[in-house]
Write a protein that binds this ligand. Sequence first.
Ligand SMILES: Nc1nc2c(c(=O)[nH]1)N[C@H]1C(S)=C(S)[C@@H](COP(=O)(O)OP(=O)(O)OC[C@H]3O[C@@H](n4cnc5c(=O)[nH]c(N)nc54)[C@H](O)[C@@H]3O)O[C@H]1N2
Ligand SMILES: Nc1nc2c(c(=O)[nH]1)N[C@H]1C(S)=C(S)[C@@H](COP(=O)(O)OP(=O)(O)OC[C@H]3O[C@@H](n4cnc5c(=O)[nH]c(N)nc54)[C@H](O)[C@@H]3O)O[C@H]1N2
Ligand code: SF4
Ligand SMILES: [Mo]
Length: 749
Amino acid sequence: MTTTEWQPTACILCECNCGIVVHTEDRTLAKIRGDKDHPASQGYTCNKALRLDHYQNNAGRLTSPMRRRADGSYEEIDWDTAISEIADGFRRIRDAYGGDKIFYYGGGGQGNHLGGAYSGAFLKALGSRYRSNALAQEKTGEHWVDAQLYGGHTRGEFEHAEVAVFVGKNPWMSQSFPRARVVLNDIAKDPGRAMIVIDPVVTDTAKMAEFHLRVRPGTDAWCLAAMAAVLVQENLCDQAFLAEHVSGTDPVIAVLRDVPVTEYAARCGVAEELLREAVRRIAAADSVSVFEDLGIQQAPNSTLCSYLNKMLWILTGNFANRGAQHLHSSFAPLFAAGGVGRTPVTGAPVIAGLVPSNVVPQEILTDHPDRFRAMVVESSNPAHSVADSASCRAAFEALELLVVIDVAMTETARLAHYVLPAATQFEKPEATFFNLEFPHNTFHLRHPLFPPLPGTLAEPEIWARLVRALDIVGEDDLRPLRRAAEQGLEPYGEAFLAAVGANPALSRVLPYVLYETLGPTLPDGLAGAAALWGLAQKTAMAYPEAVRRAGHADGNALFRAILSGRSGVTFTVHEYAEDFTLIGHPDHRIALEIPELLDEIRGLRPDRSPLTSVDFPVVLSAGERRAYTANDILRDPAWRKRDADGALRISPQDAEAFGLADGGRARITTAAGTAEAGVEVTDMMLPGHVSLPNGYGVDYRDEGGVRVPGVAPNALTSTDWRDAFAGTPWHKHVPARIEPVAEAVAAAE
Ligand SMILES: Nc1nc2c(c(=O)[nH]1)N[C@H]1C(S)=C(S)[C@@H](COP(=O)(O)OP(=O)(O)OC[C@H]3O[C@@H](n4cnc5c(=O)[nH]c(N)nc54)[C@H](O)[C@@H]3O)O[C@H]1N2
Ligand SMILES: Nc1nc2c(c(=O)[nH]1)N[C@H]1C(S)=C(S)[C@@H](COP(=O)(O)OP(=O)(O)OC[C@H]3O[C@@H](n4cnc5c(=O)[nH]c(N)nc54)[C@H](O)[C@@H]3O)O[C@H]1N2
Ligand code: SF4
Ligand SMILES: [Mo]
């Protein structure tokens, strides 16, 4: 199948999902460029999008369901056998121990959330309750704070911000908001705008910033507390905004008034005057946007840092105006609503319905009667991406049933009883639910460019076959809906409401019902998009005005626009003042006081001792984003144009102290493990701080044999280094020891 027309789709390598257009040749993505018609990315891509064929075509693609033999090797089996054995297996687990012992991990990576939308039908039907994914190793602490402050998720409007603040975030490399490099260049060039970066490393973003607050690793809480305190102590808060839109201000002001700024600046290693100047710049700006990311979310005091960071824009009233911080609409919420639950074995906090990734091994590897016995992993590679890979492996091996759904034979798949091969994201309808912008929010349904590779299936079909095997919905229940669907969306909507109202069995498996009844009537191989009909209805009900402003009369109109809008659609257009209506609290005010976290601010006072020690004297950031990293999505090492082995970055001072030279090799030892890496000596790093990239250390097999370039970062991390509130890991702050590798020493002598 060769096309000479540009076909719209999207890059799947980070949460931006930039629109691209491609030429295909047979099964390859022959030419790739940015899609100017995409409403969010407007033709922008970064360097990585051009390498996407390494995802679509590589020697690691799975082409048959696989079953593990007693000796650990795998045999290919047909789909019918796989589906019936897997359904039987989970039924047996449910009957023996209860459905809540079936744990679900994943459901979507950077570009693919549509498949996971169908998983709930099968899991709910079995009584499974616990789930998790990568958000529970980065964003749950921030979510817990957000839920209390305003009951929603905020994003900055960087494109129009006078001042952009990046806290532990390197958007030049990691992107995360539309057209990141264009926006960063614009800010850097404009003398009327400014960038503030809080990062121990001289990143590409930090190099562009007016204010680089080069904190010592792990000391952001002191830095951010001092910044918020300067706002209060120098009378820089927006009193009118606080009076009108914020509750619980007084106790917060009281705590911040007592913060010893000089002492805290010294503790975080930032010159006090620089810190004060940065705060004054924030206070003087007409608009400020803030992005916090892994540099604080995966480091000590992470939940506290999320809270303090939000003070910077709340105390200065940078909400609901152009270029500032915003709540936004969502097409499909990434986080479940509800309070904090507890995990069955360790009692860890379950925030937004997600078990902290760090406790997953402990919830399995125990003789506790409530331990997880079985697991489904979809579109995720936890044996590689969750802290302490060795204990993850041991835990997954102890499961009575592990099923992995992936496009490749991953580190996790190699531990599974069954591996189910998915069609790639260019072989099925796909979409991302990272729809986080304001005032215009966009959604992009990508059409398939190729038929599924023979032997593979799209996830909606996999989940539908599994539900069918459970035999809980009869053809009699579905037939009226199938007929209604043939008559159009309006009759379907009425029939759907009536059927679900009358039959509770259907309401437990809604995505399945949509796929089975509406799916067959959708054009262009889009059956897998059926679940979006339900989400479009919900969206139109949640934001009727904003959906109409975007040009969609109702949920059906929105759904039709999504089906036909090949480059994506704008689904909501908000007015700035409506930000306040998106605040979840009944009084639509931001609730600033979080007593537990105010206690934490007070508790910062005594100079806490660093986590490093004589044995482990440096801080390792395990998993930095670089030009050629993309989580675990690309396994073929040929995709990288440089940094083939993912060098350990180290300061000249440390290199000298440890006897290392640029281009040499180092051994990195932590409490959890040891690894070797090539060395890059660079002034980017502070003395006492070293870094390794993410996404390395995955294996790749082709005719040339097996290769595992670089270090798997989680060979070096421990599950017990985690945040007290959210259980999120401290990947950016792993105490470590660095030594020259013996051969290198010998060669040098
Ligand atoms: N190229 C590329 N882009 C990606 C990804 C990818 O794999 N590759 N992954 C995507 C995903 S899933 C995510 S979540 C985002 C993550 O995006 P980022 O959070 O921007 O990525 P990181 O490089 O992991 O960490 C950000 C910064 O934290 C800094 N840091 C380390 N320790 C500290 C500290 O103690 N304090 C402070 N303030 N900063 C510290 C690091 O120096 C680094 O510059 O990137 C997305 N984009
Ligand atoms: N030490 C350390 N660990 C980290 C981090 C760090 O900075 N340091 N970062 C953390 C963060 S922020 C994140 S987001 C996680 C990411 O880690 P994971 O949650 O494991 O996600 P990905 O690496 O994106 O893996 C995606 C998987 O989906 C598969 N896949 C791709 N397309 C499809 C498809 O269409 N269908 C199916 N079924 N599968 C598909 C890929 O083959 C791959 O195995 O890693 C976390 N782990
Ligand atoms: S990696 Fe991210 S920023 Fe780069 S092209 Fe892909 S989606 Fe866009
Ligand atoms: Mo992430």
